[in-house]
Design a protein. Structure first.
Length: 94
């Protein structure tokens, strides 16, 4: 977070997303049963309650957020807090 201080915790959320297929087909023919997709989203926790988990993917120095993802709690598999360790930080060259 190089210089930007924030009150928001960084989380990694693993969750199930729905999947589907488009196009005409006969029921039960051409539409195999699919399992939900497993996804991971990393962001700043904005809201977490019994219904949803909302994360912002970006935050600026004024505290404004962008790219908010709201995930229904029924879809959440795991929530993990991400902690940055100063002594292990590696700088990436651009």
């Amino acid at each position: 977070m190089s210089g930007i201080k924030t009150k928001y915790r960084r989380l990694e959320v693993t969750w199930h997303d729905s999947s589907g297929k488009t196009g005409w087909a006969r029921p039960n023919v051409g539409y195999p049963e699919k399992t939900p997709l497993t996804c991971q989203t990393i962001g700043y926790l904005l809201r977490r309650n019994k219904s949803i988990v909302s994360l912002a993917q970006s935050i600026d120095e004024q505290g404004k957020v962008n790219d908010v993802m709201t995930i229904p709690r029924q879809c959440v598999i795991r929530v993990r807090r991400l902690v940055e360790r100063e002594n292990r930080r590696k700088h990436v060259r651009h």
